[in-house]
Design a protein around this ligand. Sequence first.
Ligand code: FES
Length: 93
Amino acid sequence: MPKLKIKSDKIDMEVADDYPLINLAEEHDTSILFGCRDGACGACMIKVIEGKDNLSKIEDDEKDFLESMAGEEDERLACQCKVKGDVVIEPSE
Ligand code: FES
């Protein structure tokens, strides 16, 4: 099972394969904020500290949104990501 760490929340847990990060909004008390849950608001922007390749592949809509927000290469929208291997993340500033 993949390990998910959220550094700023001191969360370190195992999750199911393909765990959608949007589930954090319902299941855990985390500093990652969720708004639209549809890739349109940017509230859930995260920084991927380790394991960027262990998140689901970035789709064109997410890529376009991040580019419009001047997002950095290690940033993703949590609501659009599924966990496929070990990752360490934190909310973007
Ligand atoms: S919650 Fe709005 S972009 Fe993810």
